[in-house]
Design a protein around this ligand. Structure first.
Ligand SMILES: Nc1ncnc2c1ncn2[C@@H]1O[C@H](COP(=O)(O)OP(=O)(O)O)[C@@H](O)[C@H]1O
Ligand SMILES: [Mg+2]
Length: 244
């Protein structure tokens, strides 16, 4: 389980996180929504120790990542796969080399086993047999899948997705949502999905959290979200619907 308590973070004079409290139970898919710039990506980066908070704690399976040294954070990060915006594939390498890179560089797993792992992960993301293709030959949706296969290579227990459907057309977005759901069921991973896409909430979420003014303003099921009479949430949902 991940337990975030009293998380605060400012950049200069700008308060971004102002006391985030959030519990994420093991095995669920939590979708995080909220206005652009409200701190969703900043929060995700804290969970894997890419940012350190000004105040507050993040317990991952009981251990506080905010108190760990670099080596401990690095080791803990192995439990996580992440699909972040702008996390590009290396154009000079083929798909197989991209997916196997971390295993080649950070483990003693022999070459032929890495090959098998790459094959398995490509099957998981629905792209069997494309090992020899170059990133430049792939569509946007395929690139996302390959990036996802790359983050699955190390068998993570948690997968963090930051706006995984941004820049994709609605059909590709649906396919990525399907995949998120599918992986969560097949691999029993805990998934945290940041999205601006309200359809993703209904498609994949067990629970949904809405951030507002540096705090978790709402947490509940998708059904509870749609049934709420809270005006701030209603406004957010209406505005998001209109944009689509
Ligand atoms: N490394 C940084 N340095 C300074 N400001 C940052 C940094 N990262 C994020 N911010 C600011 O924090 C706010 C929240 O950013 P972010 O978490 O990326 O928003 P979003 O909810 O859209 O993901 C924004 O105003 C952004 O400009
Ligand atoms: Mg963001």
């Amino acid at each position: 389980m991940i337990d975030i308590t009293g998380l605060k973070k400012s950049f200069g004079a700008k308060k971004v996180l102002n006391g985030v409290d959030l519990k994420i139970e093991k095995g669920i898919t939590l979708v995080i929504i909220g206005r652009s710039g409200c701190g969703k990506s900043v929060m995700l980066k804290h969970i894997i120790g890419l940012l350190t908070p000004d105040e507050g704690h993040i317990y991952i399976e009981g251990k506080d990542i905010t108190l760990m040294n670099e080596k401990e954070v690095y080791s803990l990060r192995k439990k996580f796969g992440f699909l972040f915006q702008g996390a590009a594939l290396f154009d000079s390498m083929n798909v197989e080399e991209n997916i196997g890179l971390a295993l080649k560089e950070n483990t003693n797993i022999p070459k032929n086993e890495i090959k098998d792992i790459v094959e398995e992960k490509l099957e998981l993301v629905g792209l069997p047999g494309i090992q020899k293709m170059k990133p430049s030959d792939l569509s946007g949706g395929m690139k996302k899948r390959v990036s996802l296969a790359r983050s699955l290579a190390t068998n993570p227990e948690y997968i963090l997705y930051d706006e995984p459907t941004t820049g994709l057309d609605p059909i590709m977005s649906d396919q990525i949502d399907e995949l998120i759901k599918d992986l969560s069921e097949k691999l029993k991973v805990t998934s945290i999905v940041v999205t601006h896409d309200i359809f993703s909430v209904y498609d994949v979420a067990d629970e949904v959290a809405m951030m507002h003014e540096g705090k978790i303003y709402f947490k509940g099921t998708p059904k509870e979200l749609t049934e709420t009479s809270d005006t701030l949430i209603r406004d957010f949902l209406n505005r998001t619907d209109k944009k689509l």
